[in-house]
Design a protein around this ligand. Structure first.
Ligand code: GRF
Length: 186
């Protein structure tokens, strides 16, 4: 058993990026989600501890600081030293970045600083760009604005829908994120 600080992956969706990290044998020790989602099943199938900290239980006005504190407690309990957000759809309060400065990473489906936010693929299509892509960056309190670690371009095809374009971007993310994380951890 390693005494290295553990790597946690945070997800909200289909978990295909998590699956890619596991496929590339990244040492994922803990998975946390903010809603019931397939990422929990993927963790279970790999024998990795997973917890659901459901954002809907933090009130209609969303208690962001309270949510952040609960996630931080779960991470601290498992000795987590690096967090990889992989499609995690809840924005943390400042306490997250104070507790793990420079140790929270994110993958985003656009070439930042273009198209930050939750609808990056839709926004890129609507703008009419011919090339978009993905960005792996250090997450900071300002959403999608942290230091960029790596980027890859993806061509936009004339008949692309949000779904087809996002799937091509995710195929690139599934290669880029594991390699950046591996280097980050080494
Ligand atoms: C990725 O495109 C990620 O950049 C975005 O959400 C997607 C996650 O995909 N924030 P999945 O749930 O891992 O399939």
């Amino acid at each position: 058993m390693s005494s290295e600080p553990a790597l946690a992956v945070l997800a909200s969706g289909s978990g295909s990026i998590l699956e890619a990290l596991l496929g590339e044998r990244l040492p994922v020790a803990f998975v946390l989600t903010d809603r019931p989602c397939r990422a929990l099943e993927i963790a279970a199938a790999h024998g990795i501890e997973a917890v659901l900290v459901e954002r809907t239980s933090f009130g209609p006005g969303f208690d962001r600081a309270g949510y952040t504190d609960q996630v931080l407690a779960a991470l601290a309990d498992r000795g987590v030293g690096t967090v990889a957000m992989a499609g995690f759809m809840t924005v943390f309060g400042p306490a997250m970045f104070a507790a793990l400065p420079g140790r929270v990473l994110n993958t985003h489906p656009s070439l930042l600083p273009a198209f930050p936010g939750a609808h990056a693929v839709r926004d890129a299509l609507a703008y009419g760009v011919k090339v978009t892509g993905c960005t792996v960056h250090v997450a900071t309190v300002e959403v999608d604005h942290g230091p960029i670690l790596a980027q890859e371009p993806v061509r936009v095809f004339p008949d692309d829908t949000e779904a087809t374009l996002h799937e091509r971007i995710k195929a690139v993310e599934r290669v880029l994120y594991p390699s950046v994380l591996r280097e980050f951890l080494s």
